[in-house]
Design a protein around this ligand. Structure first.
Ligand SMILES: *Cc1c(COP(=O)(O)O)cnc(C)c1O
Length: 423
């Protein structure tokens, strides 16, 4: 049933570190070997052994329309006829930038890059250049890509500077990153009293320690604290942008950050990231200002076209209402079954993004999600995959529903879930 995948994995391990180009794909946290994908369409992945699998990840959220949507494919085909990359400006970059500034009122100007990591790295450099300060504040469990300044865990004692959690990150740089608890405004106040911060960066709805909502007050107080202390507030919406709502989490909470980072959905599946915000800050970027940032493939025309078409399709009336409804069908179903069999599992969702928690306590930060029953999660993951349903291979990841998923897909998923949970 997975012979070809196993063979490919063995080959891959010889020439690619760990056999994968991004660690989570190796399935190490579920003690299993990964499957290799032959093709994907709509809500399905087809692996090399021809198993057709319902996909609740969608390339980590990017494929909101489902895999290989026909309109995106047609757009790309037409775009290809005009070349692949120019290394010079083109109209589609302007169009996409205009579209982003319309959807995100907090963004006056935006620069395109090729990944979420590039967007966040550039955003903190810009914040540092703009404020003339070095220290940044992030929250434990929030992920902002693999830039050196973000691979940091909290040091000993609360509200103090961080230490690297990857080899190769200079401790001197790690000291410039302060890390504290998500949803804990008191600790933020302590940090702000103690250090001059360039920026506070936050996932306004966390999606990289499972799916965790911000308290309404937490985000509003962050906004106030940043305004009062001239700290740049960065919402990292690489995951939540165009995903929890068209206008991202900032539209749901009605908060205007100073800078926003975007990615995933924005490229329609092609490698795109973006960062943007207030003109006053964005004007500090090269060539207008002194903060350097560049990219050979930035604003790539194929990627711009895929992004523009994606935004067209997800801007349609009721798009998010329908997406939310189908996602809710899944999470409501899980909650119902969990109650029925008296299990300590629950689920939550917003837009096309969801979380399943293997605990009955309300999850509010990294500490509380780390208390979930990982053994149970691994059993769940394996059982679902055996039945050709693919959830994220880690209890610390969120899940994603696309507009290609059907009520039948969800019913099938819930049937299998019931089979598992009743034991
Ligand atoms: C995925 C993600 C990133 C990194 O984006 P890449 O394209 O993987 O570099 C940054 N921030 C958040 C919130 C993300 O979810």
């Amino acid at each position: 049933m997975n012979k070809k995948s196993l063979k490919l994995y063995a080959r891959a391990k010889k020439v690619i570190p760990g056999g994968v180009n991004s660690p989570v794909r190796a399935f190490l946290s579920v003690n299993q070997k990964p499957f290799f994908v032959k093709k994907a369409h709509g809500q399905y992945l087809v692996d090399e052994d021809n198993n057709k699998i319902i996909d609740y990840i969608g390339s980590w959220g990017a494929q909101i329309l489902g895999h290989g949507h026909s309109k995106i494919k047609n757009t790309l085909t037409a775009s290809l006829r005009k070349g692949i990359t120019y290394g010079a400006p083109c109209s589609r970059e302007v169009e996409l930038a205009e579209r982003i500034t319309k959807i995100y009122p907090s963004i006056n100007k935006v620069r395109m890059v090729s990944s979420g990591t590039e967007a966040t790295m550039s955003a903190i450099r810009l914040a540092r250049g703009y404020t003339g300060r070095n220290k940044i504040l992030k929250f434990n469990g929030c992920y902002h890509g693999h830039g050196d300044s973000f691979l940091i865990k909290a040091g000993s004692g609360a509200a103090t500077f961080g230490v690297p959690n990857s080899l190769g990150v200079p401790p001197g740089l790690a000291k410039e990153t302060i890390s504290t608890n998500f949803n804990d405004i008191e600790s933020v106040k302590k940090v702000v009293k103690k250090y001059k911060l360039a920026c506070i960066i936050v996932e306004p709805i966390a999606g990289n320690m499972n799916f965790i909502r911000s308290d309404e007050n937490f985000l509003h107080e962050l906004r106030t604290i940043c305004s009062e202390n001239d700290i740049v507030l960065i919402f990292d919406e690489v995951m939540t942008g165009f995903r929890v709502a068209l206008g991202g989490a900032q539209s749901l909470y009605s908060i205007k950050p100073d800078l926003t980072t975007l990615g995933k959905v924005l490229g329609g599946g092609l490698p795109v990231g973006a960062f943007g915000g207030k003109s006053k800050i964005m004007n500090q970027l090269s060539p207008d200002g002194g903060v350097y940032q560049a990219g050979t493939l930035s604003g790539n025309p194929l990627a711009m076209d895929a992004g523009l078409k994606t935004l067209d399709l997800i801007s349609k009336k009721n798009y998010f209402k329908n997406l939310e409804k189908i996602t809710r069908q899944l999470t409501d179903g899980i909650n119902e079954l969990s109650r029925k069999y008296n299990k300590k599992i629950y689920a939550d969702s917003q837009g096309g993004m969801f979380g399943i928690y293997f605990t009955d306590k309300k999850v509010v930060n990294y500490e509380s999600i780390s208390k979930s029953d990982i053994k149970k999660f691994i059993q769940f993951f394996k059982f679902m995959l055996k039945n050709k349903i693919y959830f994220a291979p880690s209890a610390y990841e969120a899940g994603f529903v696309s507009s290609a998923h059907t009520a039948n897909n969800i019913n099938y998923t819930l049937d299998i879930f019931e089979k598992w949970i009743k034991n």
